[in-house]
Design a protein around this ligand. Structure first.
Ligand SMILES: NC(=O)c1ccc[n+]([C@@H]2O[C@H](COP(=O)([O-])OP(=O)(O)OC[C@H]3O[C@@H](n4cnc5c(N)ncnc54)[C@H](O)[C@@H]3O)[C@@H](O)[C@H]2O)c1
Length: 432
């Protein structure tokens, strides 16, 4: 927490802080000046959806000085009561429409299943509330468009939880990328591997779709909207472009348990200049973990870990040299494709930290808030915007682009064809 406070406090005043703001204008609501401006005031916040992520947000909100949780809403009583225990005094609602009539609420945080994001966001904006909705933006392309159009017309603040835009290692990493540290970006590889079924225990069978919503297409876009959404956004920010064509393959390889969404996806996003994002996610093997890897002519950045490697640092460890010399002996005695053929075994690179002293390894197990991934900072930005009325810069646009691309990824896999980014879903913010 201290680190976070330090980061928030220093933004804009440390050497390089102003430059960081220049490349990430959405941070304007977290500057020391803005925090001073709202000092003593508290945004009156309500949560709609108090399951796993909703309770995580509650833990973060309790640490934000300019936030007060005044109401909670959930249609599943055990989750409502679990949240109520964390926020004594908050009003309880079972129907979000009733909550939206409450005049003592400035902003709502929506952490319900994806299938309901668009309807609740649209209703909340119409009811005159500021809105912070979980990613992804919406379940369908048309819902994304409807939310984006409503946002353009609304005078209310709207955020989507694209927390990597507020994560220090991603922010500083982006600055280094844009300053040319790893040379020209030539490609991107993102993956998310887990070994878990995504299932939750269901107390009674009729609650299966409600509780295990992630597994059913009516409510969920599967791995693409749940996981890839964050990663595709990072790639777009890195190159400052939107991919033009999308192809992929998706399957249910292992978890053949009645679910409808893929448990294995491979999607290629191609930018107009030929650069590609190679996206892979599998939830029956976790060997490779999760990473957002940006490949440059002079080096590679792994933003999730917060490290970069330079091509010139490729020095081999002693043991690797030994293994290589052994391989070479075997290979030179076996006739191969040609006399100069050598296997390009991955070399040893020296990792450099993006943020001094920090390498980030996150097992994804933190359910109680504050794990320095930007979720607390973006929430703090939203709460301060509920007081100042300052609109988020680029956050809705980034959420729109990432969500639409993930939904197009699903479409490409389902229809087994390459999809060109449809004209109808383009917005002026997009550069191809
Ligand atoms: N930004 C991130 O990194 C991140 C991480 C985890 C989850 N999420 C997102 O958060 C959202 C919630 O995920 P979760 O794991 O907390 O799910 P969850 O099932 O644990 O919680 C969802 C809650 O919403 C409630 N709910 C459903 N419909 C409702 C309605 N109409 N009105 C009121 N309450 C309703 C459910 O009863 C449940 O308690 C999803 O969109 C998910 O993608 C984002």
């Amino acid at each position: 927490m201290e680190d976070r406070r330090e980061f928030l406090k220093q933004l804009g005043c440390v050497a390089g802080g102003a430059a960081l703001l220049a490349g990430a204008p959405w941070l304007s609501s977290c500057t020391p000046e803005r925090i001073r401006e709202i000092s003593g005031e508290k945004a009156r916040i309500a949560l709609i959806g108090t399951g796993s992520r909703g309770q995580y947000h509650i833990h973060n909100l309790l640490l934000i000085p300019h936030a007060r949780i005044v109401a909670l809403c959930d249609c599943y009583e055990p989750n409502l009561q679990a949240a109520a225990a964390l926020c004594p005094g908050a009003k309880l609602y079972r129907d979000y429409r009733k909550l939206l009539e409450d005049k003592d609420i400035d902003g709502v945080i929506i952490s319900t299943p994806l299938g309901s994001h668009a309807a609740i966001t649209l209703d909340a904006l119409s009811a005159g509330k500021h809105v912070f909705c979980e990613k992804a933006m919406a379940r369908t392309l048309d819902e994304c468009k409807a939310v984006y159009d409503a946002y353009r017309k609304s005078d209310k603040v709207l955020y989507f939880c694209m927390q990597r835009m507020f994560d220090e290692k991603y922010l500083r990493g982006m600055k280094l990328l844009h300053d040319g540290l790893i040379g020209e970006i030539v490609g991107m590889r993102c993956h998310w591997f887990r070994n878990a079924d995504w299932r939750r225990e269901v107390p009674s069978p009729e609650l299966e779709r409600q509780i295990n919503w992630r597994l059913y297409k009516e409510h969920s876009g599967g791995l693409m909207t749940e996981l890839a959404c964050h990663q595709i956004e990072v790639c777009n920010l890195a190159v400052g472009r939107i991919p033009q064509s999308i192809s992929g393959m998706g399957d249910i390889v292992y978890w053949k348990d009645g679910r409808e969404v893929y448990d294995s996806v491979n999607v290629i996003y191609r930018y107009a200049d030929g650069r590609k994002i190679n996206y892979e996610s599998l939830i029956s093997n976790k060997f490779n973990g999760m990473e957002d890897q940006i490949l440059g002519k002079k080096g590679t950045m792994e933003l999730a870990k917060g490290v970069y490697y330079l091509e010139e640092d490729n020095s081999r460890s002693g043991i690797e040299c030994l293994i290589d010399s052994m391989k070479e002996k075997v290979l030179t005695s076996v006739p191969l494709a040609g006399p100069s053929w050598r296997p390009e075994v991955k070399g040893q690179y020296i990792p450099h930290n993006i943020v001094e002293g920090k390498i980030s390894v996150n097992g994804g197990q933190n359910m109680i808030g504050v794990d320095n991934d930007g979720s607390d900072v973006i929430l703090s930005a939203f709460c301060s915007a509920c007081i100042t009325g300052e609109k988020a810069v680029n956050v809705v646009e980034e959420a729109y682009c990432a969500t639409v691309l993930c939904l197009l990824g699903n479409k490409a896999m389902e229809e087994q064809r390459t999809i060109l980014f449809p004209e109808y879903y383009k917005i002026p913010y997009m550069k191809f």
